[in-house]
Design a protein around this ligand. Structure first.
Ligand code: SAH
Ligand code: SF4
Length: 400
């Protein structure tokens, strides 16, 4: 069955409002910049002249060694450690479930502070995908997503909140914790070598937190994942694309999925606000794009919707003049979707056409399908509870 086009309606482009973040009484230092850490040290009475050195030490313990308590930070004086522990924590998001796929993919469900809104706990998912030459962590930027791409499970989630920088960096730290992947790993190799901002949410609608987090993740005195190994995927928030290049400097991926505005309006409703021509112009203007640093165009293969050879031809034509590579993604179905994945021989034909036109066109192998961890399948567990289960949760919270 073909999904029908929704009527043009402004409310379909973006959901509002965002839920707000309620910080815990004792905030975590994770996600703070060096300047903010210096301010925290000031709060506990560390003299200005000492702060720079202490920040260096804290940074090393937090982001290079992955210390999970102030007690572990043995090069910092006992007094400062105690004072820090009185006011702050080094907490990461809480892991509420870990699933391991039969292909080695791991998915963590993380619970985040949600104030007293027990009915709707704030949860995100984060996925680790091991490959022979690398390990990629797929990180979320929002609980849910304000956008409504018609083929994406996350887009069907109503609850939306922006993650803080700490919650974004925290996902990388959770993965390193769970994979025993900190600097003291015995064989000196790393498991998490690459980051993709392709989990839940639209990263360019949470620009500041995503920027602050990725600058921490890329900092070579800490987590140290180089910017060339970090990819930010956007559905096309045009005004923030060039900014991302200037202020973050990571690799860019664009969720294109259609070559005509009419179809893209339906698949990626944000296209009504920022149509294809404007999106491609922003890509041409992306700072740092070159033949060696190409922009990835993601194209989800939907049977009978966007997978004809005419689409492939137009795709190649429209990418002229853009430093581009194309990534074909087999559609990952989720319960309730009306879309189907293109037939394999059609994907091959499409891919071959693009390849012959001079583009590398890898087809992304779906990973972790058995644990619903593949692209676009992430959705908060809490959202899936029935009304009765939610009522029970609320009742339990009231009797606590
Ligand atoms: N919001 C950002 C990043 C998260 S989605 C974005 O849209 O780019 C990461 C990628 O997965 C995007 O290219 C998205 O279009 C794709 N995707 C979403 N749902 C999918 C599905 N069911 N099957 C395959 N890919 C999907
Ligand atoms: Fe949001 Fe990306 Fe899903 Fe679209 S594809 S709804 S932008 S997460």
């Amino acid at each position: 069955m073909q999904p029908t086009a929704e009527p043009h309606n402004a409310t379909l482009v973006e959901k509002t409002p965002l839920e707000t973040y309620v910080p815990p009484a004792k905030p975590s230092l994770i996600g703070l910049s060096r300047t903010e850490l210096a301010d925290c040290l000031g709060e506990i009475g560390v003299a200005p002249a000492q702060r720079k050195m202490r920040v260096q030490q804290l940074w090393h313990w937090l982001y290079f060694r992955g210390a999970r308590s102030f007690d572990d930070m043995t090069s910092i004086s006992k007094g400062i450690r105690t004072d820090l522990a009185e006011r702050f924590t080094v907490d990461r998001p809480e892991v509420v479930a870990e699933q391991i796929s039969n292909d080695g993919t791991r998915k963590w469900l993380l619970r985040l502070p949600s104030g007293d809104n027990v009915e709707r706990a704030h949860e995100v998912e984060c996925v680790y995908i091991p490959e022979t030459d690398r390990g990629t962590l797929c990180v979320s930027s929002q609980v849910g997503c304000t956008l409504n791409c018609s083929f994406c499970h996350t887009g069907t989630q109503r609850l939306v909140r922006n993650l803080t920088a700490g919650e974004i960096v925290g996902q990388v730290m959770v993965a390193r914790d769970r994979l025993n992947d900190w600097a003291d790993r015995e064989d000196g190799t790393r498991r998490v070598t690459n980051i993709v901002m392709m989990g839940m949410g639209e990263p360019l609608y949470n620009f500041d937190a995503v920027r602050d987090a990725l600058l921490i993740v890329g900092d070579n005195e800490g987590i140290g994942i180089s910017r060339r190994r970090i990819t930010l995927s956007t559905s096309g928030v045009v005004p923030n694309i060039v900014r991302a290049g200037e202020e973050i400097g990571v690799m860019l991926a664009i969720s294109l999925h259609a070559v005509r505005d009419e179809l893209r309006n339906e698949l990626v409703p944000l296209n009504r606000k920022y149509p294809i021509a404007e999106l491609l112009q922003a890509c041409r203007d992306y700072p740092g794009a070159s033949n060696a640093r190409r922009i990835t165009f993601e194209y989800v293969m939907l049977k009978g919707v966007n997978d004809s050879l005419d689409d492939a031809k137009l795709l190649v034509k429209m990418l002229k003049g853009v430093h581009a590579k194309i990534n074909l993604i087999p559609f990952n179905p989720w319960p309730g979707t009306a879309y189907e994945c293109s037939d394999w021989d059609q994907i091959e034909k499409f891919s071959e056409y693009i390849f012959n036109a001079g583009y590398s066109s890898p087809v992304r192998t779906p990973r972790g399908r058995d644990i619903l961890a593949a692209c676009g399948q992430l959705k908060s567990e809490t959202e899936k509870l029935s009304a009765r289960e939610r009522q029970t949760l609320r009742a339990m919270a009231m009797t606590d």
